[in-house]
Design a protein around this ligand. Structure first.
Ligand code: G
Ligand code: G
Ligand code: NA
Ligand code: MN
Length: 256
């Protein structure tokens, strides 16, 4: 329970922060969004990886207060950027929602509160869900997704292709974007199977009228190939790593 107790305290004390990674429109090269990614540096200076503390938060239920904090913090920051840019910074923020939040929290009202508290239109948020969120209680998740769409948000399927082989949900659920998992993108130029999977996802998305975001783009060559293949958006170290809020704002101002 050591890390769980420490995490509970960190959430209560506001010791977590969000970093922001740009997402670019591949055709124009413009930054269109930032994904918010939680970071936690403990008092001793230890940098906890979200790959460790997000699962702890999910198992303990702390993902509910953590997730609500992340929604409010992202909305607060986006509003501040709008003001700083003199009336609209022109990008969306993408916020991760865990499967547990969708089942244990009333997430659509929580999103609406964050938007209203910071006077943002719903269209300024993309919500990233994983396929694992769809499994346990499909009706509840469908209702929640429709409620999120009513708010004007964009819905993205994160880590697409890694979680759940039943593609019927693409027909039934109001999904706007498929995020092609980094495991397919990394090394795809030298791997026939990976490039076949990426092409298949792009062709499926195009046929269904969905946008696509390729994750984990680390080289210009990958960026160019994915652009040529018709992928809509790109994210990865070739553009920028997740950045602290001020650095992300500066990145946006110098990029666009
Ligand atoms: O930033 P990094 O790649 O280290 O993040 C690792 C994992 O943690 C990713 O799967 C990411 O989706 C997840 N993660 C980061 N921040 C959040 C958050 O605010 N909420 C949820 N649910 N997951 C997050
Ligand atoms: O699961 P999700 O897609 O939310 O996780 C995003 C994670 O991927 C974050 O931890 C982020 O730091 C990481 N990430 C983003 N871009 C790159 C990249 O180009 N290469 C690698 N290795 N990781 C990346
Ligand atoms: Na994500
Ligand atoms: Mn992902």
């Amino acid at each position: 329970f050591g890390i769980e107790t420490e995490l509970r305290r960190a959430i209560e004390q506001g010791a977590l922060r969000l970093t922001y990674q740009p997402i670019c429109d591949l055709a124009s090269g413009r930054v269109v969004a930032f994904e918010s990614l939680a970071r936690w540096t403990s008092e001793s200076g230890h940098e906890h990886s979200p790959n460790d503390f997000i699962p702890v938060a999910e198992e303990s239920g702390l993902i509910v207060p953590l997730g609500r904090w992340a929604l409010d913090e992202a909305a607060k920051t986006l509003r501040a950027w709008d003001v700083r840019a003199g009336g609209g910074c022109g990008v969306k923020f993408a916020v991760n929602l865990s499967a547990i939040q969708l089942h244990r929290d009333d997430i659509a009202p929580a999103v609406e509160s964050a938007l209203m508290a910071h006077r943002l239109a719903g269209s300024r948020f993309t919500l990233e869900l994983t396929e694992s969120a769809l499994v346990a209680d499909p009706q509840r998740v469908a209702d929640t997704m429709h409620a999120l769409k009513q708010l004007g948000t964009t819905l993205a399927m994160d880590d697409f292709g890694t979680g759940y082989s039943n593609l019927a949900y693409l027909q039934k659920l109001p999904i706007d974007v498929l995020k092609i998992d980094r495991s397919f993108v990394t090394g795809m130029l030298a791997d026939r199977d990976k490039i076949a999977i990426v092409r298949a996802i792009l062709s499926l998305a195009q046929a269904l009228g969905l946008d696509t975001t390729a994750e984990g783009i680390e080289t210009n060559e990958l960026s160019q190939t994915l652009t040529a293949l018709g992928c809509t958006f790109g994210q990865g170290y070739v553009y920028a790593k997740p950045l602290e809020a001020d650095a992300a704002y500066d990145f946006l101002m110098s990029a666009n």
